[in-house]
Design a binder for this molecule. Sequence first.
Ligand SMILES: Cc1cc2nc3c(=O)[nH]c(=O)nc-3n(C[C@H](O)[C@H](O)[C@H](O)COP(=O)(O)OP(=O)(O)OC[C@H]3O[C@@H](n4cnc5c(N)ncnc54)[C@H](O)[C@@H]3O)c2cc1C
Length: 428
Amino acid sequence: MANKRPRVVIVGAGFGGLWAARTLAGALVDVLLIDRNNYHTFLPLLYQVAAAELEPEQIIYPVRTMLRKLPNAGFIMAKVTGLDPASQTIEVNGSIIPYDYLVLAMGSTSHYFDIPGAAEYAFPLKTLEQGTAIRNHILCSFERAVYETDEEKRQRLLTFTIVGGGATGVEFAGALAELIRGPLTKDYPKIDFKKVKIILLEAADSLISMMPDELRRYAFERLRWMGVDVRLKTTVSRIEPDAVYLGDGSPIPTEAVIWTAGVRGEPMAQAWGLPTARAGRVTVLETLQLADYPNIYVVGDLSYLEEDHHPLPLVAPVAVQQGVTAAENIKRQIKGQRLKPFRYNDRGTMVTIGRNAAVARIGNRSYTGFFAWVVWLVIHLLNLIGFRNRLLVMINWSWYYFFFEHAVRFIFPSEIAGAAQCSRERKG
Ligand SMILES: Cc1cc2nc3c(=O)[nH]c(=O)nc-3n(C[C@H](O)[C@H](O)[C@H](O)COP(=O)(O)OP(=O)(O)OC[C@H]3O[C@@H](n4cnc5c(N)ncnc54)[C@H](O)[C@@H]3O)c2cc1C
């Protein structure tokens, strides 16, 4: 007799997709999880990969290992390229896969706001490959600066510009300052580190605009104290291979522009004709369903939902809670029960800036400095998937804390970095 259990297909094994799959464990459904990678990436620590603080393997975890505990779930490693809601099918590598219920959890990509040259020459920070490419490029810049005899070119190699003063830009600027002013000064004794510049550009009049005032000021002061040249109310008009041009037309000569200024929903959803709101995010009902297709749910960064007239933030807790709600609603839908509207349970936000320095908003209270930093460390360590990863990350962090040394300073793999000659190869 044919299997009558409904099939739930989940696209994306990030925070939203994975938590949806976990919530469906034990339900009378067959779950098929699909991701273009065979691992889950813990994106909140990606900037530490880019700053040569953690190895890429320490922030990822194999999807199949996670699925061992979910007997009703299968996995396909492939990129989903098509969706036909009318026939309830998706397309994967030329094959058609039918679904009864679909959860789209494909996340987001970098948004360049049509700034000329940004997509071509800036380094985005959204995937493991991109984090590794940034690390390689930074280390390559120092390797090239060692033998560069032209003063102007050497200065360009030693200028690192970060565009976007949101949480990722602030965290990366702090980590980069610690890498450069710490371990790299020992590695490159011939380089004059007074000439190394880290510039953080932000269009608004403050950093981390989602944080209360005092926390924004703390982040600004702390980064400046760490030697980061923070420029507020500064826009970017274009990017070329050897310079970033500001809104007033003035250039900053640099070969390293790291883009953390904006994100948009994974563009494929728009290409499939799904209804999108701001920044290509898919508009969903409170139940996380599409208005026209009640058996399609969209969660995480890809979904657009407002609460109290504000769009929900693109953060991991929203994706996790939406993944859980979508899965619970699918179970209710199958039983013919009333669906539950999504409400975000916001426990707070935190951003780390560097050693002993972070900002945290927990409920209505604000914290800065050592206490916020310890809370940040503990929360990120506990949320990282895999005991081995937690242990290795803890060892890495402790090693750096006590010995001021980063364990990871490899330019590897060479295909990504163009490392054989540390050439001007750009993005990975
Ligand atoms: C550098 C960085 C730092 C961050 N720091 C924090 C932080 O400190 N705290 C916080 O709360 N949030 C942070 N975020 C945001 C947080 O990571 C996201 O909000 C969260 O990952 C969203 O979860 P998601 O499931 O929607 O998407 P993701 O976690 O991005 O997962 C999407 C998945 O879909 C897969 N996929 C995409 N397209 C396809 C396709 N066509 N076919 C198959 N698979 C596909 C991808 O491979 C990926 O595995 C950070 C993000 C970045 C980039």
